[in-house]
Design a protein around this ligand. Structure first.
Ligand SMILES: NC(=O)C[C@H](N)C(=O)O
Length: 222
């Protein structure tokens, strides 16, 4: 568990606004008592309250790509991070955090990388090169995420409603298995398993296969 808060495109870049965002992020402190971090770029802020699980010594967040042009704040655990790391040999990892792969996967594969993640997560990624951002939530919504809109045109994301409800004109519960992209300006489903279509299966029922698949699934995170 961790707490994330991201505010993108605030109308006012004063110190008072920054203090306000830090104050709101503190409302998530109970989710992550080990570290508090914030990164700001122009009118965008990414904050993190960390419960250190993977790489407690150097995995503090926000996390970055090598030249710090991509910034991420993540709540969750990426179970297949070692496997993904093996695909990212050209990158210089700076921490042992399971979440650092997110920055490099984005660089290599673009927004589509979310489908490669096996785990529970909610995150916000800011690409400072074109000031675009994405936010995503795991397939079944294990990690919480809320999204809001400020009167100044700002877009907000937070692990709990209490960090954005006072400052947003409108807010929603971020739907599981979805991705928000500032480039398209909308939410779309990234999790599209074949069974989602509700078409009637044509393969005959095989209880042994069901048992084996279920066991494999249960052992996956251990
Ligand atoms: N705990 C988290 O949600 C983030 C990350 N997996 C960490 O260990 O720090």
């Amino acid at each position: 568990m961790c707490g994330i808060l991201a505010v993108l495109g605030v109308g006012d870049v004063s110190l008072a606004k920054r203090s306000r965002i830090i104050e709101l992020s503190r409302r998530l402190r109970h989710r992550g008592p080990d570290w508090s971090g914030i990164h700001s770029f122009e009118d965008c802020y990414l904050a993190h309250q960390r419960l250190a699980i993977v790489d407690p010594t150097s995995g503090d967040q926000p996390l970055y790509n090598e030249d710090k042009t991509v910034v991420v704040t993540v709540n969750g655990e990426i179970y297949n991070h070692e496997e993904l790391k093996a695909k990212l040999k050209s990158h210089q990892f700076q921490t042992g955090s399971d979440c650092e792969v997110i920055a490099y996967l984005y660089e290599e594969y673009g927004e589509e990388f979310v489908d490669m993640l096996d785990g529970m997560f909610s995150f916000v990624l800011l690409d400072t090169r074109d000031k675009s951002f994405i936010a995503a939530r795991d397939a079944i919504g294990i990690c919480p995420l809320y999204m809001g809109w400020g009167l100044d045109g700002s877009v907000w994301f937070s692990s709990e409603m209490k960090a954005l409800s006072d400052d947003c004109e409108r807010f929603i519960s971020f739907p599981p298995g979805h991705l928000y992209s500032s480039k398209t300006g909308g939410l779309r489903r990234w999790y599209n398993p074949p069974w989602f279509s509700e078409s009637i299966p044509s393969t005959p029922y095989d209880p042994l296969l069901i048992r084996e698949s279920f066991e494999k699934l249960l052992l996956r995170g251990s």
